[in-house]
Design a protein around this ligand. Sequence first.
Ligand code: FES
Ligand code: FES
Length: 156
Amino acid sequence: MELTINGVQHHINADPDTPLLWVLRDDLKMTGTKYGCGLAQCGACTVLINGNAVRSCVTPVGELGAAQITTIEEIEQDDIGKRVVAAWIRHQVPQCGYCQSGQVMAATSLLKQTPHPTDDDIRAVMVNLCRCGTYNAISAAIHDLAGEAAEEGAKQ
Ligand code: FES
Ligand code: FES
C-alpha cells in the first residue's frame, strides 16, 4: 500500500491491521513519534492525519488510504506547527522530552481548529500524559500562541 507521510509517498509492505506507529518507527525509522502505552491512553504516539491529532498506536495503516500524515520530523513545515515548536522552546516546555512530540502534535491540531483556545478548550484537548508534569508550561505556551494569533488578526 501507499502512504503519504510528510508530503512524500511511501510504499509500505505491512498487514492492513498494523498500527501506523509500528510502520513509522520500525519500517521508516521515523523515531520522533514515541511508543508509550500502545493502548490509546498516553498520547506519546500522536501524529496529524489530515491536520487532526490521532493516536498512531491504534490506527491501522489499512484505514489511511490517501490521508495526509504529518509527523514531528516535518511539523515545522506547517505554519502553525512551526509556531508551536518555537513557543515550546521559548517556554522551555520539555523536561525529559519523551511525551513532547505528541504534545506538539496535539497543540498544533488544537490551534488549527481553535486559534484562540480558552483554558477549558486547552484542558479538553491537551489530554496527553506527561510524567514530568509540564502541563502548566504547555498551557502557557498555547496561551502565548493564541495571543500571537489575536495580534495577527488585529493587524489584518
Ligand atoms: S502509545 Fe499511543 S496513546 Fe500511548
Ligand atoms: S516531558 Fe517528560 S514525560 Fe513529558
